[in-house]
Design a protein around this ligand. Structure first.
Ligand SMILES: NC(=O)c1ccc[n+]([C@@H]2O[C@H](COP(=O)([O-])OP(=O)(O)OC[C@H]3O[C@@H](n4cnc5c(N)ncnc54)[C@H](O)[C@@H]3O)[C@@H](O)[C@H]2O)c1
Length: 250
């Protein structure tokens, strides 16, 4: 493990912060980055300020990570959420598109594409952080009606996860999605007034530690091409391996 490197995007707070810390505990050298300078204060982690939606900055992140050792894990965690009602102004819609898709999709494409050449020789794991509602078999298959672009961005991650899992199998690179319900992070709290979770949500919300445990379980499992769900009020587990023809949709 001495020179195994993990890259985590969006690690200043929330789930990414927990992933970075947990991967460091597991013995990885972690390169964590975020728009927020708070990422530089992470202990036992190399934290740098970088924007996952900017190609030059992503290349610099991967270059920096490769100096630490062999890149084995990439966690595509950074995500942008905002309301995008379909009757907002034309200019607003186009600006929302760039903000959300550049972070949630182009960022995933760029960080993964820049890392894959470093991973081909020894294999590894790419984990795309998605959302529970892309698993319609076990969820209502929906998200609020006024977040169409966020919804679309998470559904689109399935395309990356599915194609990359198949193509990169020849190099021992596993690619999976994590599709969680509500997790107690600043993003979730931002949905409520005063950033306070309502009692009924506080009673069931999942912790970032629980989700980080699932990340480690996925890496250890050697499974690929699957979306792993995590639902509030239920134990978090990987569940049975999904048959090949049913992967991704859950
Ligand atoms: N919290 C939930 O309930 C929940 C549920 C399902 C999926 N998710 C997904 O999990 C991931 C993490 O969510 P979270 O709740 O921890 O969010 P969060 O907003 O609390 O943290 C996200 C972090 O990403 C960083 N970030 C945003 N844009 C960036 C960019 N362009 N470049 C670099 N860093 C950037 C932010 O600065 C922030 O530190 C996201 O992809 C989100 O969509 C969250």
């Amino acid at each position: 493990m001495a020179d195994n490197v993990a890259i985590v995007s969006g690690a200043a707070r929330g789930m990414g912060n927990s992933f970075a810390k947990r991967l460091a505990t597991e013995g990885y050298k972690v390169l964590a980055f975020d728009l927020d300078k708070a990422v530089e204060k992470l202990k036992s982690v190399r934290g740098i300020v970088a924007d996952v939606s900017k190609v030059g900055q992503v290349e610099a992140v991967v270059e920096e990570a490769s100096k630490l050792g062999v890149i084995k894990v990439v966690v595509n965690n950074a995500g942008a959420w905002r309301k995008t009602p379909v009757d907002s102004s034309w200019d607003q819609a186009l600006s929302d598109w760039d903000h959300i898709m550049d972070t949630n999709l182009k960022g995933v494409l760029m960080l993964s594409r820049a890392s894959i050449p470093h991973m081909k020789a020894k294999g590894g794991n790419i984990i795309n952080i998605s959302s529970y509602y892309v698993l319609p078999a076990k969820s209502a298959g929906t998200n609020p009606a006024d977040t169409d672009l966020y919804n679309a961005s998470k559904w689109a991650l399935n395309g990356f996860t599915d194609a990359w899992a198949k193509y990169l199998d020849q190099y021992g690179i596993k690619v999976n999605g994590m599709c969680m319900g509500a997790v107690d992070t600043p993003m979730l709290r931002g949905l409520y007034s005063d950033n306070k979770l309502p009692d009924e949500m506080a009673a069931v919300v999942m912790s970032t530690d629980d989700i980080s445990q699932q990340l480690i379980d996925i890496i250890r499992s050697g499974r690929t091409g699957e979306n792993f769900g995590a639902w509030v009020g239920e134990p978090i587990s990987l569940g049975d391996q999904v048959p090949l023809h049913k992967r991704i949709t859950g």
